[in-house]
Design a protein around this ligand. Structure first.
Ligand code: CO
Length: 134
């Protein structure tokens, strides 16, 4: 079911500071910050040869990462995103095996314009999992 790791998302309290660490200390290629109000985050993409790291800072009052940062104020790994070829087939297979799909179970259009679903962290070793159809 799983393809490549599409991205690893890290929630950060200070996007500028986190970006500087990746760019200046680690020497990585980083994007400009992009505000995504419909997703409640501002994001910087760290471009690596084999995947991306997304640095996420809360944006607006109902940011989906606000509660996470309240619990982990210095930031932390928020989710890992795996690519799948058929998101509906993946969802149905996961549900049949007892995994919990978050929300209403219908794919939404994610930050990259592709259908995504999120899976309950308690079913995946404490890690929020995003599936993205590629
Ligand atoms: Co993501």
């Amino acid at each position: 079911m799983l393809g490549r790791v599409n991205h690893i998302a890290i929630a950060v309290p200070d996007l500028e500071a986190a970006t500087a660490v990746y760019r200046d200390t680690l020497g990585a290629r980083v994007s400009q910050a992009q505000a995504l109000p419909e997703h409640g985050v501002t994001v910087v993409f760290v471009e690596l040869d084999n995947t991306k790291v997304e640095l996420l800072e809360p944006l607006g009052d109902n940011s989906p990462i606000a509660a996470f940062l309240a619990k982990t104020p210095s930031g932390g790994m928020h989710h890992i995103c795996y690519e799948v070829a058929d998101i509906l087939a993946a969802r149905d297979q996961l549900k049949a095996s007892g995994a919990r799909v978050l929300g209403d179970g219908e794919p939404k259009i994610g930050a990259h314009g592709k259908p995504v679903l999120f899976l309950h962290p308690k079913d995946f070793s404490g890690t929020l999992v995003e599936l993205e159809q590629i």
